[in-house]
Design a protein. Sequence first.
Length: 256
Amino acid sequence: MDTLDPMVRTTEVHKHFGALHVLRGVSLTVARGEVVAVLGPSGSGKSTLLRCLNHLETIERGHIEIAGKTLARADATGVARYPSESEVRRICQHTGMVFQHFNLFPHLTVLQNLIEAPMTVRRRPRAEVVPLAEALLAQVGLADKRDAWPGRLSGGQKQRVAIARALAMQPDILLFDEPTSALDPELTAEVLRTMRQLAEQRMTMLVVTHEMAFAREVAHRVVFMDQGRIVEDRPATEFFAAPRHERARAFLASLA
Ligand code: ADP
Ligand code: MG
């Protein structure tokens, strides 16, 4: 891991929803090849943080760099300034996002789900995109579902298609927002297996999860959020051995 080559770097990020101050000065660095688990109670701002990295939300204050490019630049007073829409879109192509509820296009087949964005957003030719998509489906163990409709798949299969779809854009970093929270335990296992493989291939991943086994075994680092702040940011082994923050201890105890 090379901390001089961060895939994500945020400094003092602030985000409000109306009067609600949801991110209260979040500074986070994720190195290339690093797997970071984001833990914390419901409402602590985990999803919002991920959505700000992917420009599904904008921030008011602070600085965000993605793969070395500045998505939001803090001016002299700390106010976040965004570049042009086209530049924002270009920067966001470095990130892929996997959601709790898969968000597959129901009217497209599995293969079509994978090739849609590479063809329309990245303007890659179909002849180039289809073999990549087929290789990714094989990687997530779903080569035989190439022409299936999403509605016919199990939740675990849908989520693996969603991961393959994110990978089809060849992102530098994958953001996961509770990717297994909607799944039964045995379906969870197959999705976690796919994520573990990605980690072994040194994919950079920022993963909001309640799967402590995954966080413990796969994540290099744990970031624990509480009320819009990162209150712990430590190697996973250290965090699980002895969480320092009282809310983190209570959180782990509540899951045990
Ligand atoms: P987490 O993912 O940790 O559960 P969220 O980032 O989803 O937390 O939410 C943080 C806080 O922001 C919560 O109080 C939530 O209700 C609020 N919130 C999230 N999204 C919106 C929104 N689009 N509009 C208003 N409030 C929101
Ligand atoms: Mg959330």
